[in-house]
Design a protein around this ligand. Structure first.
Ligand SMILES: *[C@@H]1O[C@H](CO)[C@@H](O)[C@H](O)[C@H]1NC(C)=O
Ligand SMILES: *[C@@H]1O[C@H](CO)[C@@H](O)[C@H](O)[C@H]1NC(C)=O
Ligand SMILES: *[C@@H]1O[C@H](CO)[C@@H](O)[C@H](O)[C@H]1NC(C)=O
Ligand SMILES: *[C@@H]1O[C@H](CO)[C@@H](O)[C@H](O)[C@H]1NC(C)=O
Ligand SMILES: *[C@@H]1O[C@H](CO)[C@@H](O)[C@H](O)[C@H]1NC(C)=O
Ligand SMILES: *[C@@H]1O[C@H](CO)[C@@H](O)[C@H](O)[C@H]1NC(C)=O
Ligand SMILES: *[C@@H]1O[C@H](CO)[C@@H](O)[C@H](O)[C@H]1NC(C)=O
Ligand SMILES: *[C@@H]1O[C@H](CO)[C@@H](O)[C@H](O)[C@H]1NC(C)=O
Ligand SMILES: *[C@@H]1O[C@H](CO)[C@@H](O)[C@H](O)[C@H]1NC(C)=O
Length: 816
């Protein structure tokens, strides 16, 4: 082993520019490295040194030595250093630091040791290791901090992830990430500036404890993935991958490429060319975030991926495909929408996500009518769903993640104004291929690094003046260029879009996005106006810069939670879209801060309205609130693609809009606030929810299922119809006393029913909220009370599912 170790230290000392004997063990300066003094591993498979990443910009990197160089690691990918006086130094304290232009430290290993025998070793595996020789302890190694590449033998673990490069020529961090999520599943995620979404494994195939779906296991929390020299990759979630050339020892690398695909490349020792021997996504267009809104990705093996606007739309910025397209028309939504809209069939096209809701067993006509009835509906997907043997309807509120793939069986029906000039024959070729961009192409060439290099002897005044004048001139030119660009772009936009801008701005604004902490701090005036507490955080009212009023929830218990795990969860919640669920507009994850941004409901919560004795909610409102809440929960439990429990249903979490339509708030937090989660007992060991509404399972430590929400819902409905609170007058905090109180509401209602059926009178008249007087529908009342009592059965198997509740209430509402 020792012989395979190459001690850079010893070989390079003579070449090293070393001017601070006292504080450094050694240092490597950028000037030397530029002039071909490069460190190589024992068999010269790998080289390390300063690698040019732009004009006068360098990164300290490791690469495969054969030309063309293939980078496998970089210390400072997001903070390149100046080509002068920058150096990598091993301090006497055991810290390996990279200083920029002799000034600031841009990167370091943050190691510290008192040992005198710290050495830097560079192995033939491509691993750079800082070793404390006296106790043979690895202080730091580059394998623990991968950038976009895994080498054979290098493990991806709990604490590491791969992040793609920005582009082929720009090595700074890009938008794609390979990581283990909180359910121990290896995933790929697009995390763009505005939206983020998971796209591998296919998000509609959910892993679960029963092992169906995508074949991933979520119970193994080892969280390691590793590629071996023979071309076999195995991950602790039981994902395995074999390259096409599996079996021979080759030089290999697994790279998360800038286009969001993970590819394994291999080559023989002396060959120059890498060949791809496997990839994670075979359909390049199924990767999210490639093309902007309203545009479609298509793939041709010859020319690669391409983004194109859908018919009737044109580019926002003809230079930047990622901004997507805007419609050339405007749909006017009024009572006559039916006459105003028509639908264009785009076969083989799909837009993933952003469904208004998912409607099972709908005919084409029913689906079309659904879309017509929704002002946000931009079109819909209608497709046959084999497992259930029914047609499913997905009205789309956003046209994102679009792709056109020959052989894809679904279709999109695009909503257009009736009078639009597009003829139906256009549908044969739904995409304007001739205005397409080839994606991942030039995104601007290398840029001059603007980090200054300050000479220590600043006595050369002529030179200084010259620099100043040059800089001034540069700024001037840049300003003129910017102004020109801006006016040109504006002109251009008006020219080819021809529609009112606000339509688009509004649409873009409703997309789930990332906020900065400072933005939210400003919006809430420094978190001054708290409007609610609970559910793991405090809610503040805020006004965004576009003057939208929002509710911002600041989470408390998230200190030990990774950012990517948080994002993975939040992006799941953010994708949910149902009229009875509160809309999440975005999130913020910065340092220790975790915030969620929701739409603001100005008519308060059901709790406030139930307790206000002044103007009580009338009967039809109460019935519709019960129905809407059931629909929202049914969507959470059954219809959306991820399994989500609410765990904290109570009147405070049912918000009302100006029509008194209910919207369930605070869903998804259950999981978000609870790391370590496999959905077994242990993850729910702490009792959650609110006393008074908690199902007996929590108390008796039984397995938690969606039926806990059904129970809480039942209590809420009982409160709503009786006007009695499940929690009122219960200052006693002991659990027994507490459960006694809501037990009392339940048993009281049960008793009334029992007595009623004995006497033969109508029992509901005796339990109804006195505030309603006689203004209620007795039949509706009876059905609601009966359903509520079924929901609060102690035996969870006796409770109906939320879907059954919604169906029952819906049916009844129609009949009466
Ligand atoms: C978890 O994954 C690791 C690594 O793949 C494996 O060694 C271990 O046996 C797995 N544990 C279980 C319980 O499957
Ligand atoms: C893991 O995957 C292998 C095939 O790759 C399969 O044979 C095995 O049953 C899987 N294990 C589990 C627990 O599903
Ligand atoms: C639209 O419908 C509302 C009632 O639903 C009615 O008051 C209004 O006059 C209608 N407007 C038009 C333009 O038909
Ligand atoms: C679909 O709906 C129709 C009519 O509403 C009904 O007759 C049929 O049973 C439903 N099919 C399924 C599989 O639910
Ligand atoms: C790489 O991209 C980043 C982000 O757009 C940018 O800030 C940086 O200047 C680019 N670097 C080069 C060398 O072009
Ligand atoms: C800058 O100052 C040094 C001494 O501090 C001197 O040797 C050198 O000649 C000066 N350079 C110029 C260009 O004046
Ligand atoms: C519901 O509560 C909100 C906020 O307290 C209040 O503005 C509204 O008037 C209430 N409505 C009814 C019908 O009590
Ligand atoms: C609440 O709803 C009522 C009735 O629709 C409406 O008049 C009022 O403006 C809404 N907002 C508030 C803050 O009460
Ligand atoms: C969950 O807890 C119950 C009761 O404590 C126990 O019987 C059951 O085995 C547990 N299940 C798991 C998966 O640990």
């Amino acid at each position: 082993m020792a012989s395979s170790i190459f001690l850079i230290l010893h070989l390079l000392l003579p070449l090293i520019f070393n001017n601070f004997e006292n504080s450094y063990s050694f240092s490597l300066s950028v000037e030397n490295f530029k002039e071909e003094v490069i460190v190589s591993s024992p068999k010269a498979t790998f080289s390390a040194g300063f690698y040019p990443v732009g004009d006068n910009a360098y990164g300290f990197a490791i690469w495969y030595t054969t030309t063309p160089h293939t980078l496998v690691w970089m210390a400072n990918r997001d903070r390149p250093v100046n080509g002068k006086r920058s150096m990598l130094s091993l301090l006497k304290t055991g810290n390996l630091v990279l200083t920029d232009a002799g000034q600031s430290i841009v990167w370091s290993t943050n190691t510290i040791t008192s040992s005198k025998q710290v050495q830097l070793h560079f192995y033939d595996t491509g691993n750079l290791v800082l070793l404390d020789n006296s106790n043979a302890v690895v202080l730091w190694q580059s394998f623990d901090f991968p950038t976009d590449t895994l080498l054979p033998g290098q493990t991806l673990s709990k604490n590491t992830n791969l992040v793609s490069s920005r582009s082929q020529t720009n090595y700074s961090s890009g938008f794609y990430k390979l990581f283990f999520d909180s359910e121990n599943v290896l995933r790929l995620m697009y995390q763009g500036p505005r939206v983020s979404s998971l796209y591998w494994p296919d998000p509609w195939l959910q892993s679960n404890d029963f092992g169906s779906g995508n074949g991933r296991l979520s119970y193994n929390d080892t969280r390691v993935a590793v590629l071996d020299h023979l071309g076999y990759m195995v991950s602790s979630d039981n994902f395995t991958f074999r390259t096409s050339d599996y079996g021979t020892v080759l030089q290999r690398r697994l790279t998360l490429d800038h286009d969001g695909n993970v590819r394994v490349y291999s080559k023989k020792d002396l060959e120059e060319k890498w060949s791809m021997s496997g990839q994670f996504k075979s359909q390049p267009c199924f990767i999210h975030g490639i093309c902007g809104p309203n545009s479609i990705c298509s793939y041709d093996p010859k020319s690669g991926r391409k983004c194109s606007c859908i018919k009737g739309y044109s580019w926002v910025d003809s230079e930047d495909w990622s901004q997507g397209c805007v419609p050339n028309f405007q749909l006017r939504y009024n009572n006559n929408t039916e006459k105003e809209s028509r639908f264009l069939h785009l076969p083989g096209v799909d837009f993933y996500g952003y469904d208004y809701s998912i409607f099972r067993n709908r005919t084409y006509k029913e689906c079309e009518n659904l879309c017509l009835g929704l002002s946000q509906c931009k079109g819909f997907q209608h497709k046959f769903w084999q497992p259930d043997g029914v047609f499913i309807c997905f009205p789309k509120t956003q046209l994102l993640n679009g792709h056109h793939t020959p052989g894809f069986t679904g279709s999109i029906f695009l909503r257009l104004p009736r009078n639009s000039p597009l003829s139906l024959s256009d549908s044969e070729n739904p995409i304007n291929y001739n205005n397409g961009f080839v994606c991942g192409g030039s995104n601007g060439g290398p840029k001059l690094l603007d980090r200054p290099y300050v000479e220590e002897e600043e006595n050369d005044s002529v030179k200084l003046l010259l620099c100043f004048v040059t800089a001034l001139g540069g700024i001037e030119v840049a300003c003129i260029f910017l102004v020109w660009c801006f006016s040109f772009r504006n002109k251009n936009r008006k020219l080819h879009s021809g529609v009112d801008e606000p339509g688009y701005v509004l649409a873009a604004a409703t997309v789930f996005r990332k906020f900065s902490y400072s933005e939210l701090k400003k919006a809430t005036k420094g978190f001054s106006e708290a409007i609610g507490r609970g559910g793991g955080g405090t809610v503040y009212k805020g006004v965004l810069s576009d003057s939208r009023v929002v509710a911002i929830k600041r989470l408390h218990q998230v200190a030990n939670q990774g950012e990517s795990e948080f994002l993975a969860e939040v992006s799941i919640i953010g994708r949910l879209n149902h009229m009875n669920l509160i809309d999440m507009l975005g999130y913020c994850a910065e340092g220790k801060y975790r915030l969620l941004v929701y739409e603001y409901m100005d008519n308060g919560s059901l709790a406030q309205n139930l307790s206000s004795s002044l103007n009580a909610l009338d009967w039809s409102k109460r019935y519709n609130i019960a129905l809407g809440t059931a629909k929202g929960l049914a969507y959470l439990h059954e219809e959306c693609l991820e399994w989500i429990l609410h765990c904290d249903i109570k009147p405070q979490n049912i918000l009302l809009d100006s029509d008194y339509k209910p919207k369930v708030a605070d869903f998804g937090l259950c999981k978000l606030l609870n790391r370590n989660s496999n959905l077994d007992n242990s993850s729910f060991s702490r009792i959650r929810g609110t006393r008074g509404y908690m199902a007996p399972e929590w108390v008796f430590n039984l397995p938690i299922t969606s039926k806990v929400d059904v129970y809480s819902y039942g209590i809420v409905v009982l409160e709503m119809i009786t006007g009695r609170s499940a929690t009122a007058g219960t200052q006693i905090t002991e659990l027994e006393a507490e459960s006694y109180h809501h037990e009392r509401l339940v048993t009281w209602v049960r008793e009334k029913r029992k007595k009623g059926s004995e006497v033969g009178s109508c029992w509901v008249d005796q339990i109804v909220d006195p505030a309603l007087g006689s203004n209620y529908e007795r039949n509706e009342m009876e059905i609601l009370a009966t359903v509520a009592l079924e929901c609060v059965e102690e035996d969870k198997n006796a409770r109906p599912s939320m879907g059954q509740v919604a169906e029952k209430l819906q049916r009844y509402a129609h009949n009466s």
